[in-house]
Design a protein around this ligand. Sequence first.
Ligand code: TXA
Ligand code: MG
Length: 311
Amino acid sequence: MSPEVRRAAEILRAGGLVAFPTETVYGLGADASNADAVARLYAAKGRPVDHPVIVHFADPATAFIWAREVPDAARALAAKFWPGPLTLVLRRSPKARDFVTGGQDSVGLRVPSHPVAQELLRAFGDGVAAPSANLFGNVSATTARHVLDEMKVELVLDGGASAVGIESTIVDLSSGEAVLLRPGGISRAQLEEILPLTSKQADSPRHSGGLERHYAPRTPALLVPPHELDAEIARRGAAVAVLAFSRPDERVDYWIRMPREPRAYAQKLYAALRELDAAGCATILVESPPETTEWTAVRDRLSRAAASPVP
Ligand code: TXA
Ligand code: MG
């Protein structure tokens, strides 16, 4: 084990906070069994205390100890997608206390695949509560630098840029059916190869990813259909930064060209939004991606980061 990871595990055991890489985004970790540590975690993020947090584990067997029932559907999804970018919401066991579940009777469990996350979770040996390592409501961090720019934490483990780039897919299995709560690193089509999914219910549990404005840059961002991008730039002049598929337009100083393939786009998305946010422009214009299913998770994050233009 690397000395850094050993130190990180010691900090967690002592009730401290450690940021660590996962394949989705960086997490800000705390001992999920320690109420004071989790309280520090919420304070560091500026997150409301009644929001549940995902608990991370090195392997499915340890994760399932935190659930009082493990339905066959959960075992099937875990067998296929763990370790990986999937979170399962299950009925909680007594291990999952109110301070990680937001007082709900369910708990979010995840087994990440990033080798540094795996090493840390093995060294720690039990559940690590970890929301994304960013201030509440902001764009998630996909590099160690992003975390350092935004938060004060004792230690940030550097595992390079996150490969998936957007948060895990969340499936709620606590009600007897499988409900997709948040699209993410695993697509709906991949999940449906294993089991049928129900659409999100109106009374589904609280989850902060479900808040309308979330994953958002400070600069106001607008989602613009491809055929309106040119007119929108003409209307707003030089004070815009643009995230688009097409080549840079000479009228605009800050332009990031994005891949036309959804996975590659997701991997770059948060770093690109941070870069455009730092450009000091009045508005960020985001060219809308296609309305096809393979873009669902990216469109979900973009629609939370951006409003639609006022006609
Ligand atoms: O990819 C990810 O999931 C990242 C990395 C660090 O693992 N984590 C992450 O955590 O995105 P966070 O806290 O930023 O978002 C977790 C989402 C929130 O919307 C939270 O409310 C929801 O999961 N969640 C956690 N436990 C839940 C539960 N019992 N029921 C419903 N939603 C839950
Ligand atoms: Mg988050």
